[in-house]
Write a protein that binds this ligand. Sequence first.
Ligand code: SAM
Length: 282
Amino acid sequence: MNKLSDIGTIKDILSRHGFTFSKALGQNFLINPSVCPRMAELSGAGKGVGVIEIGPGIGVLTNELCRLADRVVAIELDKRLLPVLDETLAEYDNLRIVNDDVMKIDLHKLIDDEFKNMEVVVCANLPYYITSPVIMRLLEEKLPISAITVMVQKEAAQRICAEVGSRQSGAVTVSVNYYAQPEMLFNVSAGSFMPAPKVDSAVIRLNVLNEPPIEVNDEKKFFSVVKAAFSQRRKVIANSLSSGLLLDKKTVTEILEKSGVSANARAEMLTLVNFADIANNL
Ligand code: SAM
């Protein structure tokens, strides 16, 4: 539908369908007409590409994705939006709307069934209450996708895109960098949404790596080290690992020494290689 990102059109559609926003489902819909075309373009949607969208809302971003990509599958949990989407996206025959929860749906099967021989990317204005779980699910499941372009709260974007080993880094920075190369694309003001959230947002792209950038013998151990290290980020690494991994201080000090990491370092100072060495020496 043309003019779908026009505020008047959106208000008209929502009132005709008697739609009320659900805060619990993170429903802040985009009303800034310049954001969706830019986001869709930068997501890699194009000829020969299939796109998974999470939470299409009334379909503003979906509309742009359908114009560019060969096929789009949009997963929407709120079934009240299905008749709205039927109306707003009626012109596209390269689209399927799936009424499901992105945290529960079998994404490997969805990709197998829907995107034969296509490069697959994800593009979404994520519901903020599940930003990190969704991103980590997409990465941890090792799906055959090449990029994830998502709108998230600005603070989350900065954390994810921080350099590993810098003050801004956190467990999510290290975890994401194990699977992907994150990139900050552009900022989006709170006023670009209806209803306007309290904070600004940003669009980031995670370029998914074919192989992790470090050698890790046991991924479970690696991620438990990362989690323990950042669980008490003010503490020195020897203390946070000792309490987080339930190991005595002497054992931890020995592992750190073997890994070439100072017992007094803080989690935010460690590199990916440091985390891998610690996990491999556990
Ligand atoms: N894409 C639209 C836009 O940019 O205007 C809407 C984005 S809104 C921030 C998030 C959307 O995700 C809503 O449509 C909401 O109903 C949907 N949603 C929330 N939780 C979901 C879940 N677990 N699985 C799938 N969709 C979900």
